[in-house]
Design a binder for this molecule. Sequence first.
Ligand SMILES: C[S@@+](CC[C@H](N)C(=O)[O-])C[C@H]1O[C@@H](n2cnc3c(N)ncnc32)[C@H](O)[C@@H]1O
Length: 268
Amino acid sequence: MVTFADLHGSIVEADSISISKRAIVVGAAPEGASDTESAARAVRQMFSSIAPRYDLLNHVLSFNIDRLWWRRTARSFGDILSQPNAQVLDLCCGTGDLTLALWRKSIRTSSAILGADFAHPMLQRAIDKSTGTSLQWVEADALRLPVSNSQFDLVTSAFGFRNLADYDAGLREIVRVLRPGGECGILDFGEPGGFIGRFYRIYFKHVLPAVGSLISGVQGPYRYLPASVERFPSPQEMLARMERAGFVDVSWTPYTFGIAGLFRGRKS
Ligand SMILES: C[S@@+](CC[C@H](N)C(=O)[O-])C[C@H]1O[C@@H](n2cnc3c(N)ncnc32)[C@H](O)[C@@H]1O
């Protein structure tokens, strides 16, 4: 019998069938999760537990580069955001930083921007940070959005998609809620190569979990972060999954040597 857990990106022969480990990744798998439901529950609990320190840790651990990534992502959808009456959904919005960056780039008086997340304490912080804006918020699971079909011109997600319990189901749900021709932008961590990649991996796998656990006072989430990035599909595979879900013109743009990157696609 072949177990898939230890196959690291390689092709393995099993009873004359070639199986790629990447191809069988369904979604996030936090420690102890045995199926998609328990994975989603563990992810929600994890983010709820770190919500009070989430923003501080984000800025400290990324040396504030996170702010540049959110702004760059919002800027890259400037053509949609500058349209009057643009309808935008920011999935897995957390404490709302990308949602706020999108709002700043939009025509504030006429656009409708909605942030969605299933961790109540994260969303509560987004609500507190957005006083005085026209942003709207909904507590919802990204795999079962309480919105009708073909509603949005743009759906985004920053550092959230990787945590979904089922990536293909997540992509299908994004396609469902986008209007034909609407665009999707998924910003997430990558794995830089070369010399920078070697240094970065030491930081990401050892320094970041230690500092994150110390400041948040919670052990699990900052160990889960590097593991979830390692497990996430490569850019090539993610783009193939996007095409299979119904996106065209798919692309991936690396940010900061590939430490992060933006996946884009258009609903055909
Ligand atoms: C790393 S945080 C990112 C937050 C924010 N977008 C940012 O850039 O800082 C991931 C967020 O995704 C949310 N999330 C994960 N899976 C989700 C799901 N299935 N439905 C809704 N939110 C989800 C978590 O609750 C968490 O707030």
